[in-house]
Design a protein around this ligand. Structure first.
Ligand code: GDP
Length: 301
C-alpha cells in the first residue's frame, strides 16, 4: 500500500502518473479538507472532488477544478436571476456536490466520499483528512479574508501577513493507513494550506516518522509552480525554496524530490534530509508525470 497526501492541483497531477504505474487498488489518498465550505447551498470540498475526478479521468486538467467539458447552464441561470456564485460550478460538478451534500448529511463525509468513489469506478481509497469543519483565514494588508475570498474574489493579490487555521480531528483510518503503508508520498501541494493541515492532525507526524516518506517540492527556484504557496510560506517565515519545504517536513522526511533547476541545493538539502532526488518535476505531460511517479516508486527501499 502506498499513501499519498494531497491537495487539489500539484498532487493530482502526480496521481495521473501514479495511477498508471501502480495498481490503483494499492493507493490510499488522504485529502485536505481545510477549505471545505458551503457555497450556493451545496457542500464544496474542492480538493476531494479534484482527486475523485482525477482518479476517474473526469478532471478538467486545464483548470484543475471541475469536470472536463462540463456545461454551466445552472450557473448562468443563477447569475441571470441575480444569484451570483463566487465559485463557477459546472452542471455535472454540481451534481457531484449535491449528491455529496446529501450523503454527508446522512452518513458523514468519510462514507460519502467512499460511496462517491465507488460510484465513479475508483479502486483507490480516498479519505478526507477530517470530517470536522475547519476555519481558515488569510490575514492580509486589506484585512482578514475568508480563503475563497482571498483566492477568487481578490485573486490572491493582497499581501499576506498570516495564515490561520483551526485544528481538527483526523478521520478514522488515517493513522492506520500511514502506518500500514510501505511509503507515504507527499505530492507537490501547497505546503501551508494543503499539507500542513494534514500534518497538524493528531498522530500524523508520529506515524510518518515510522514510515518511509518521500516529498516532491512544489517550489522551483524561489517560487511556486502555480498558486499562492510562496506568499503563504513567506508570511509564515518559511524560506520560499525547496529548503523551506524540507524544513517543514524535516522530522519525518526520508527523500525530497526537487527539480533539475534546483540541483545546486543538493548539499544544503542533504543536511536536512537523507536522500535528495533530482529530476524534471514540471508535470506538463503524462510522460513527465509517469516518469516522476516511477522515480518515486523506485526510491522506496
Ligand atoms: P490547491 O489545493 O489547488 O492549492 O493545490 P495543491 O495544494 O495540490 O497544489 C498547489 C501547488 O502545486 C502549488 O504550490 C504549485 O507550486 C504546485 N504545482 C503545481 N503544478 C506543479 C508541477 O507541475 N510541478 C511541481 N513541482 N509543483 C507543481
Amino acid at each position: 500500500m502506498i499513501t499519498v497526501l494531497s491537495g487539489g492541483t500539484g498532487t493530482p497531477k502526480l496521481l495521473q502518473g501514479l495511477k498508471e504505474i501502480v495498481d490503483p487498488i494499492d493507493l490510499t489518498i488522504i485529502v485536505n479538507t481545510l477549505e471545505n465550505e458551503y457555497f450556493s447551498g451545496v457542500y464544496v470540498s474542492a480538493d476531494i472532488d479534484t482527486v475523485l475526478y482525477t482518479m476517474s479521468d473526469m478532471i478538467n486538467d486545464e483548470l484543475w477544478y471541475g469536470v472536463k467539458d462540463d456545461t454551466f447552464i445552472t450557473h448562468d441561470r443563477l447569475n441571470e436571476l441575480g444569484c451570483t456564485e463566487l465559485l463557477r460550478i459546472g452542471d455535472i460538478d454540481r451534481a457531484t456536490k449535491i449528491q455529496k451534500t446529501q450523503l454527508m448529511q446522512r452518513y458523514g463525509l468519510l462514507k460519502a466520499c467512499e460511496i462517491q468513489a465507488k460510484g465513479m469506478g475508483i479502486k483507490s481509497k480516498i479519505i478526507p483528512m477530517s470530517e470536522q469543519n475547519s476555519d481558515i483565514s488569510i490575514v492580509t494588508d486589506i484585512g482578514e479574508l475568508e480563503f475563497h475570498d482571498f483566492l477568487i474574489k481578490h485573486q490572491s493579490k493582497p499581501e499576506v501577513l498570516d495564515v490561520k487555521f483551526s485544528k481538527v480531528a483526523p478521520s478514522d483510518g488515517i493513522i492506520e493507513a500511514i502506518r500500514n503503508s510501505e511509503a507515504v508520498i507527499i505530492g507537490p501541494s501547497n505546503p501551508i494550506t494543503s499539507i500542513l493541515p494534514i500534518l497538524s492532525l493528531d498522530g500524523v507526524r508520529d506515524a510518518l516518522k515510522d514510515t518511509y516518506v518521500v516529498a516532491v517540492s512544489p517550489i522551483i527556484g524561489s517560487d511556486a509552480v502555480s498558486g499562492p504557496a510562496s506568499k503563504f510560506m513567506k508570511a509564515l517565515g518559511v524560506d520560499v525554496s525547496s529548503i523551506g519545504v524540507a524544513n517543514l517536513y524535516h522530522d519525518f522526511l526520508d527523500n525530497i524530490v526537487i527539480d533539475n533547476e534546483d540541483s545546486n541545493l543538493k548539499s544544503q538539502l542533504n543536511q536536512i534530509v537523507n536522500k535528495v532526488t533530482i529530476t524534471n518535476t514540471i508535470m506538463n505531460s503524462l510522460g513527465v508525470k509517469k516518469n516522476l511517479a516511477q522515480i518515486i516508486i523506485d526510491s522506496i527501499p
